[in-house]
Design a protein around this ligand. Structure first.
Ligand SMILES: C[S@@+](CC[C@H](N)C(=O)[O-])C[C@H]1O[C@@H](n2cnc3c(N)ncnc32)[C@H](O)[C@@H]1O
Length: 295
């Protein structure tokens, strides 16, 4: 495929460079996702399923209908198809002891419930890892913690809210942890595990587009996890999101980023505290509306 008019005859559907560019523009506008030029095959295979389901024969017909009909349901399918949802329990493990120490220290100082926002929660492994960590830190299945888990992708949020995984997803967990926080399926559910009710009760799953001008969450957060999603956004988009995070955080809050995400030159709102964990930068505070104080 080298020009708008050239079509790969081996493909089931007509897919031109123009179609690809159009898709890149639409997903960038809608979700902030900046797709690299190399992602043509990925885009083709992910959206070909939609064309098949809808009985369409070309990408052009699909994109024309998408833009013409403004069907929110199809826009959701389009977005869900193009997100990358790779995640795992206790991914980037080094963050979890930092979180455990932080919530313990905070509670000792303030004796107030701790608010945590997991802002690209995918299929739920990350917010459940956060929940397990805080349960262990407080030595109880009902710690003084509220967790909001959000994602743009409605399909992955449903998986997270259901809390059912195949047993092999628990390979990073010690047997003791797996036993404490999961129920093993029997009979027809053999090979599956379900998150214990007490753990899922700590988490509220909600759809939220980080690009949207209004976010259906209310600060102030003690902790924000925003890991392995900023890599899909360009720097100006990253900067805007980070500055908005800053207005929603408690002054002593922490932001956890992904291993390949570096926000140092993107915003003045945060400074690196170590191991891709960021704290609010007091010198960037002048540009922010003050977060609500602890009372
Ligand atoms: C690679 S996963 C990372 C999951 C998890 N944070 C982790 O590190 O394991 C990226 C997630 O970001 C979500 N995402 C992409 N664009 C988004 C946006 N504009 N707003 C909110 N979530 C978005 C995707 O749906 C996907 O579930």
């Amino acid at each position: 495929m080298s020009s708008a008019s050239q079509v790969d005859l081996n493909k089931e559907f007509n897919f031109t460079l123009r179609d690809f560019d159009r898709i890149r523009g639409l997903i960038y506008q809608r979700a902030g996702i900046a797709l690299a030029e190399s992602k043509q095959e990925m885009v083709y295979s992910r959206l070909a399923r939609r064309l098949r389901t809808l009985g369409l024969t070309s990408f052009q017909a699909y994109l024309d209908a998408l833009e013409r009909d403004s069907d929110e349901q199809e826009w959701e399918e389009f977005t869900n198809a193009l997100t990358t949802n790779l995640t795992s329990f206790f991914r980037e493990e080094h963050h979890f002891p930092v979180l455990a120490d932080f919530v313990q220290e905070l509670y000792t100082q303030h004796h107030q419930p701790i608010n945590i926002w997991c802002s690209a929660a995918s299929t739920g492994e990350e917010p459940y890892s956060i929940a397990m960590t805080v349960c262990e830190a407080f030595g109880t299945l009902s710690p003084p913690v509220n967790i909001i888990a959000t994602d743009i992708d409605t399909k992955v949020l449903n998986v997270g809210a259901a809390g059912i995984y195949s047993l092999d997803r628990l390979n990073k967990l010690s047997p003791a942890r797996a036993k404490e926080f999961f129920l093993r399926g029997k009979g027809a559910q053999e090979g599956q595990v379900k998150v214990r009710r007490e753990l899922s009760d700590l988490i509220t799953f909600k759809q939220l587009n980080l690009l949207s001008p209004s976010w259906p969450v209310q600060g102030s957060f003690d902790v924000i996890f925003c890991r392995n999603v900023m890599i899909y956004f360009d720097k100006p988009t990253q900067g805007k999101i980070l500055d908005r995070f800053a207005t929603l955080m408690k002054p002593d809050g922490l932001l956890f980023a992904g291993h390949s995400e570096n926000f140092t030159f993107v915003t003045n709102s945060f400074r690196l505290r170590g191991k891709t964990v960021y704290a609010l930068d007091p010198s960037g505070a002048a540009q922010r509306t003050p977060p609500s104080p602890r009372i």
